[in-house]
Design a protein around this ligand. Sequence first.
Ligand SMILES: C[S@@+](CC[C@H](N)C(=O)[O-])C[C@H]1O[C@@H](n2cnc3c(N)ncnc32)[C@H](O)[C@@H]1O
Length: 297
Amino acid sequence: MKATVLHGDCASLLDQQNTAWGHVDLTFLDPPFNQDKGYNEWDDNMPEAQYWRWMGDVCKKIYHRTTSGGAIYFMQREKKTESVLRCLRESGWTFQNLIIWKKKTSAVPGMHRFGKHYQIIAFATKGERPRVFHRLRINPPLPAGYKYERENGMFLTDVWDDIRELTSGYFAGDEALRDVEGNRLHKQQTPIQLLLRIILSSTNPGDIVLDPFSGSGTTLVVAEQLGRESIGVELDKVNVKIIEERLAEQREADDISNLFKDYECTPDLETIWGRTKSRTAVTPTQGKLFESNPNRI
Ligand SMILES: C[S@@+](CC[C@H](N)C(=O)[O-])C[C@H]1O[C@@H](n2cnc3c(N)ncnc32)[C@H](O)[C@@H]1O
Protein backbone atom coordinates (compact mmCIF):
# COMPACT_ATOMS: atom_id res chain seq x y z
CA MET A 1 0.00 0.00 0.00
CA LYS A 2 1.27 3.45 -0.89
CA ALA A 3 3.16 5.41 1.79
CA THR A 4 4.18 8.96 0.87
CA VAL A 5 6.86 10.74 2.87
CA LEU A 6 7.08 14.52 2.49
CA HIS A 7 9.95 16.61 3.79
CA GLY A 8 8.95 20.02 5.13
CA ASP A 9 6.78 22.01 7.49
CA CYS A 10 3.36 20.41 7.83
CA ALA A 11 1.48 23.72 8.12
CA SER A 12 2.89 24.89 4.77
CA LEU A 13 2.48 21.51 3.07
CA LEU A 14 -1.13 21.25 4.23
CA ASP A 15 -1.79 24.46 2.28
CA GLN A 16 -0.36 23.20 -0.99
CA GLN A 17 -2.56 21.83 -3.72
CA ASN A 18 -0.62 18.59 -3.85
CA THR A 19 -2.50 15.63 -5.30
CA ALA A 20 -1.24 13.42 -2.47
CA TRP A 21 -3.53 15.47 -0.23
CA GLY A 22 -6.81 14.66 -1.96
CA HIS A 23 -8.56 13.73 1.26
CA VAL A 24 -7.67 12.29 4.62
CA ASP A 25 -9.71 9.77 6.64
CA LEU A 26 -7.64 9.68 9.83
CA THR A 27 -4.89 11.84 11.34
CA PHE A 28 -2.56 10.90 14.16
CA LEU A 29 -1.27 14.16 15.62
CA ASP A 30 1.79 13.76 17.81
CA PRO A 31 3.46 17.17 17.66
CA PRO A 32 6.50 18.37 19.61
CA PHE A 33 5.13 19.07 23.11
CA ASN A 34 6.92 22.40 23.54
CA GLN A 35 9.02 20.94 26.34
CA ASP A 36 12.36 22.29 25.17
CA LYS A 37 13.42 18.91 23.74
CA GLY A 38 16.51 18.95 21.55
CA TYR A 39 14.88 18.71 18.10
CA ASN A 40 17.33 19.28 15.23
CA GLU A 41 15.15 21.61 13.21
CA TRP A 42 12.49 22.87 15.54
CA ASP A 43 12.23 25.38 18.38
CA ASP A 44 10.54 23.31 21.09
CA ASN A 45 10.39 26.20 23.51
CA MET A 46 7.89 28.66 22.05
CA PRO A 47 5.83 31.06 24.11
CA GLU A 48 2.75 29.08 25.16
CA ALA A 49 0.21 31.25 23.31
CA GLN A 50 2.21 31.08 20.07
CA TYR A 51 2.46 27.29 20.33
CA TRP A 52 -1.31 26.90 20.70
CA ARG A 53 -2.01 29.33 17.86
CA TRP A 54 0.22 27.15 15.70
CA MET A 55 -1.54 23.94 16.84
CA GLY A 56 -4.91 25.57 16.12
CA ASP A 57 -3.76 26.46 12.63
CA VAL A 58 -2.54 22.90 11.97
CA CYS A 59 -5.79 21.39 13.32
CA LYS A 60 -7.85 23.70 11.09
CA LYS A 61 -5.86 22.77 8.00
CA ILE A 62 -6.21 19.06 8.74
CA TYR A 63 -9.95 19.54 9.29
CA HIS A 64 -10.33 21.02 5.81
CA ARG A 65 -8.48 18.08 4.29
CA THR A 66 -10.55 15.48 6.16
CA THR A 67 -13.53 13.56 4.79
CA SER A 68 -16.87 13.97 6.50
CA GLY A 69 -16.83 11.76 9.60
CA GLY A 70 -13.03 11.41 9.44
CA ALA A 71 -11.10 11.24 12.70
CA ILE A 72 -8.20 12.89 14.49
CA TYR A 73 -6.27 11.52 17.49
CA PHE A 74 -4.32 14.32 19.16
CA MET A 75 -1.70 13.16 21.68
CA GLN A 76 -0.37 15.50 24.36
CA ARG A 77 0.69 15.77 28.00
CA GLU A 78 -2.17 15.39 30.51
CA LYS A 79 -1.35 18.87 31.81
CA LYS A 80 -2.38 20.34 28.45
CA THR A 81 -5.80 18.66 28.21
CA GLU A 82 -7.71 21.93 28.41
CA SER A 83 -5.70 23.49 25.56
CA VAL A 84 -6.03 20.37 23.38
CA LEU A 85 -9.79 20.23 23.74
CA ARG A 86 -10.16 23.96 23.11
CA CYS A 87 -7.87 23.79 20.09
CA LEU A 88 -9.91 20.95 18.55
CA ARG A 89 -13.24 22.60 19.27
CA GLU A 90 -12.16 25.96 17.84
CA SER A 91 -10.90 24.33 14.66
CA GLY A 92 -14.24 22.62 14.02
CA TRP A 93 -13.71 19.10 15.39
CA THR A 94 -16.35 17.25 17.44
CA PHE A 95 -15.01 15.69 20.60
CA GLN A 96 -15.60 11.94 21.06
CA ASN A 97 -13.29 10.60 23.78
CA LEU A 98 -10.42 11.56 25.99
CA ILE A 99 -8.25 8.47 25.92
CA ILE A 100 -6.00 7.90 28.88
CA TRP A 101 -2.82 6.15 27.81
CA LYS A 102 -1.41 4.67 31.00
CA LYS A 103 1.92 3.56 29.73
CA LYS A 104 2.90 0.55 31.90
CA THR A 105 5.89 2.52 33.13
CA SER A 106 6.50 4.05 36.56
CA ALA A 107 4.80 7.33 37.38
CA VAL A 108 6.83 10.54 37.23
CA PRO A 109 6.78 11.77 40.84
CA GLY A 110 5.41 15.27 41.50
CA MET A 111 6.48 17.47 44.41
CA HIS A 112 3.31 19.54 44.57
CA ARG A 113 0.78 17.35 42.79
CA PHE A 114 0.08 13.65 42.26
CA GLY A 115 2.60 11.63 40.30
CA LYS A 116 2.05 11.66 36.55
CA HIS A 117 1.05 8.27 35.22
CA TYR A 118 -0.59 8.84 31.85
CA GLN A 119 -0.70 10.83 28.65
CA ILE A 120 -3.87 11.93 26.86
CA ILE A 121 -5.06 11.21 23.34
CA ALA A 122 -8.10 13.29 22.35
CA PHE A 123 -10.25 11.53 19.76
CA ALA A 124 -12.46 13.83 17.67
CA THR A 125 -14.32 13.66 14.36
CA LYS A 126 -15.39 15.91 11.53
CA GLY A 127 -19.11 16.03 12.27
CA GLU A 128 -21.10 14.39 15.05
CA ARG A 129 -20.64 10.79 14.00
CA PRO A 130 -17.51 8.95 12.91
CA ARG A 131 -17.58 7.66 9.34
CA VAL A 132 -15.85 4.50 10.59
CA PHE A 133 -15.64 3.23 14.13
CA HIS A 134 -14.81 -0.41 14.70
CA ARG A 135 -15.64 -1.58 18.21
CA LEU A 136 -12.51 -3.61 18.89
CA ARG A 137 -12.52 -6.31 21.53
CA ILE A 138 -9.51 -7.26 23.61
CA ASN A 139 -8.98 -9.85 26.32
CA PRO A 140 -6.55 -8.50 28.92
CA PRO A 141 -5.77 -10.49 32.07
CA LEU A 142 -8.61 -10.34 34.61
CA PRO A 143 -8.08 -7.74 37.35
CA ALA A 144 -7.39 -9.18 40.80
CA GLY A 145 -10.61 -10.12 42.57
CA TYR A 146 -12.61 -10.84 39.40
CA LYS A 147 -14.38 -14.13 39.84
CA TYR A 148 -15.46 -15.19 36.37
CA GLU A 149 -13.46 -15.57 33.19
CA ARG A 150 -14.75 -13.51 30.28
CA GLU A 151 -16.42 -15.52 27.57
CA ASN A 152 -15.36 -13.39 24.66
CA GLY A 153 -13.10 -10.57 25.81
CA MET A 154 -14.38 -7.02 26.29
CA PHE A 155 -14.88 -3.88 24.24
CA LEU A 156 -12.01 -1.44 24.35
CA THR A 157 -12.62 1.46 26.72
CA ASP A 158 -11.07 4.92 26.84
CA VAL A 159 -8.39 3.75 29.28
CA TRP A 160 -5.50 2.11 27.44
CA ASP A 161 -3.22 0.55 30.01
CA ASP A 162 -1.85 -2.37 28.02
CA ILE A 163 0.65 -0.59 25.75
CA ARG A 164 4.17 0.07 26.93
CA GLU A 165 5.90 3.30 26.06
CA LEU A 166 9.29 2.92 24.32
CA THR A 167 11.24 4.37 27.22
CA SER A 168 14.99 4.28 27.52
CA GLY A 169 16.78 1.11 28.54
CA TYR A 170 15.76 -2.44 27.85
CA PHE A 171 12.02 -1.69 28.03
CA ALA A 172 12.23 -0.11 24.62
CA GLY A 173 13.34 -3.51 23.29
CA ASP A 174 13.99 -4.24 19.63
CA GLU A 175 11.28 -1.87 18.47
CA ALA A 176 13.29 1.26 19.30
CA LEU A 177 15.43 2.37 16.37
CA ARG A 178 19.07 2.64 17.38
CA ASP A 179 22.38 3.57 15.79
CA VAL A 180 25.43 1.27 15.87
CA GLU A 181 26.33 2.50 19.34
CA GLY A 182 22.88 1.64 20.67
CA ASN A 183 21.66 5.23 20.98
CA ARG A 184 17.98 5.87 20.27
CA LEU A 185 17.51 7.54 16.88
CA HIS A 186 14.20 9.15 17.80
CA LYS A 187 13.40 9.66 21.47
CA GLN A 188 9.69 10.18 20.82
CA GLN A 189 9.16 7.02 18.74
CA THR A 190 5.58 5.87 19.33
CA PRO A 191 4.90 2.14 19.85
CA ILE A 192 3.41 0.29 16.87
CA GLN A 193 0.71 -1.11 19.18
CA LEU A 194 -0.71 2.37 19.73
CA LEU A 195 -0.98 3.13 16.01
CA LEU A 196 -2.38 -0.32 15.33
CA ARG A 197 -5.24 0.34 17.74
CA ILE A 198 -5.97 3.81 16.37
CA ILE A 199 -5.85 2.82 12.70
CA LEU A 200 -7.94 -0.32 13.25
CA SER A 201 -10.57 1.62 15.22
CA SER A 202 -11.03 4.51 12.81
CA THR A 203 -10.33 3.31 9.27
CA ASN A 204 -11.12 0.66 6.70
CA PRO A 205 -8.58 -0.92 4.37
CA GLY A 206 -7.84 1.49 1.51
CA ASP A 207 -8.46 4.62 3.65
CA ILE A 208 -5.90 7.43 3.87
CA VAL A 209 -4.00 8.06 7.10
CA LEU A 210 -2.06 11.27 7.72
CA ASP A 211 0.75 11.88 10.19
CA PRO A 212 1.81 15.56 10.00
CA PHE A 213 4.64 15.06 12.54
CA SER A 214 5.88 11.66 11.43
CA GLY A 215 9.10 11.43 13.45
CA SER A 216 10.40 7.91 12.90
CA GLY A 217 7.43 6.93 10.71
CA THR A 218 5.53 4.59 13.04
CA THR A 219 2.15 5.58 11.56
CA LEU A 220 3.26 4.85 8.00
CA VAL A 221 4.85 1.53 8.95
CA VAL A 222 1.63 0.31 10.59
CA ALA A 223 -0.72 1.76 7.96
CA GLU A 224 1.18 0.02 5.18
CA GLN A 225 0.80 -3.39 6.82
CA LEU A 226 -2.93 -2.80 7.34
CA GLY A 227 -3.51 -1.99 3.69
CA ARG A 228 -4.17 1.73 4.35
CA GLU A 229 -2.59 4.51 2.34
CA SER A 230 -0.50 6.95 4.32
CA ILE A 231 1.03 10.40 4.08
CA GLY A 232 3.75 11.41 6.51
CA VAL A 233 5.27 14.87 6.87
CA GLU A 234 8.53 15.45 8.71
CA LEU A 235 10.60 18.59 9.05
CA ASP A 236 13.93 16.99 9.90
CA LYS A 237 15.66 15.46 6.87
CA VAL A 238 17.48 12.90 9.03
CA ASN A 239 14.09 11.63 10.22
CA VAL A 240 12.84 11.53 6.63
CA LYS A 241 15.72 9.21 5.80
CA ILE A 242 14.95 7.08 8.86
CA ILE A 243 11.31 6.75 7.74
CA GLU A 244 12.28 5.78 4.20
CA GLU A 245 14.74 3.18 5.45
CA ARG A 246 12.29 1.84 8.01
CA LEU A 247 9.60 1.40 5.37
CA ALA A 248 12.02 -0.27 2.99
CA GLU A 249 13.61 -2.60 5.50
CA GLN A 250 10.49 -4.09 7.11
CA ARG A 251 12.11 -4.97 10.43
CA GLU A 252 10.82 -7.93 12.42
CA ALA A 253 10.25 -5.60 15.39
CA ASP A 254 7.81 -3.58 13.26
CA ASP A 255 5.82 -6.63 12.17
CA ILE A 256 2.23 -6.29 13.45
CA SER A 257 1.08 -9.80 12.55
CA ASN A 258 1.84 -11.14 16.05
CA LEU A 259 -0.58 -8.56 17.45
CA PHE A 260 -3.57 -9.99 15.54
CA LYS A 261 -4.30 -12.33 18.44
CA ASP A 262 -4.74 -9.35 20.83
CA TYR A 263 -7.95 -8.47 18.96
CA GLU A 264 -9.16 -11.94 18.02
CA CYS A 265 -12.42 -11.50 19.98
CA THR A 266 -13.40 -8.73 17.53
CA PRO A 267 -16.08 -9.74 15.01
CA ASP A 268 -14.95 -9.37 11.38
CA LEU A 269 -11.35 -8.79 12.42
CA GLU A 270 -9.97 -10.25 9.17
CA THR A 271 -11.92 -7.67 7.18
CA ILE A 272 -11.01 -4.72 9.42
CA TRP A 273 -7.35 -5.75 9.49
CA GLY A 274 -7.23 -5.95 5.72
CA ARG A 275 -4.65 -8.68 5.92
CA THR A 276 -2.28 -8.57 3.02
CA LYS A 277 0.26 -11.19 2.06
CA SER A 278 3.15 -11.54 4.47
CA ARG A 279 5.90 -9.00 4.36
CA THR A 280 9.10 -9.66 2.46
CA ALA A 281 12.26 -8.12 3.75
CA VAL A 282 14.41 -6.22 1.28
CA THR A 283 18.18 -6.03 1.25
CA PRO A 284 19.31 -3.17 3.48
CA THR A 285 20.95 -0.28 1.72
CA GLN A 286 24.51 0.86 2.33
CA GLY A 287 25.12 3.61 4.89
CA LYS A 288 21.98 2.96 6.84
CA LEU A 289 21.19 5.10 9.86
CA PHE A 290 19.96 2.30 12.09
CA GLU A 291 20.99 -1.19 13.07
CA SER A 292 18.93 -4.02 11.65
CA ASN A 293 17.51 -6.68 13.91
CA PRO A 294 19.41 -9.91 13.59
CA ASN A 295 16.16 -11.77 12.88
CA ARG A 296 14.61 -9.91 10.03
CA ILE A 297 11.57 -11.53 8.48
C1 LIG B 1 6.75 13.86 18.90
S1 LIG B 1 7.66 13.60 17.45
C2 LIG B 1 6.69 12.42 16.56
C3 LIG B 1 7.12 11.00 16.85
C4 LIG B 1 6.37 9.98 16.02
N1 LIG B 1 5.02 9.79 16.49
C5 LIG B 1 7.11 8.65 15.97
O1 LIG B 1 6.50 7.59 16.14
O2 LIG B 1 8.32 8.66 15.76
C6 LIG B 1 7.39 15.09 16.56
C7 LIG B 1 8.12 15.17 15.24
O3 LIG B 1 7.66 16.33 14.54
C8 LIG B 1 8.73 16.86 13.78
N2 LIG B 1 8.37 18.27 13.49
C9 LIG B 1 8.54 19.36 14.26
N3 LIG B 1 8.03 20.44 13.68
C10 LIG B 1 7.49 20.04 12.51
C11 LIG B 1 6.79 20.71 11.47
N4 LIG B 1 6.56 22.02 11.53
N5 LIG B 1 6.37 19.99 10.40
C12 LIG B 1 6.62 18.66 10.33
N6 LIG B 1 7.29 17.96 11.29
C13 LIG B 1 7.71 18.64 12.37
C14 LIG B 1 9.94 16.69 14.68
O4 LIG B 1 11.15 16.70 13.92
C15 LIG B 1 9.63 15.32 15.31
O5 LIG B 1 10.27 14.28 14.60
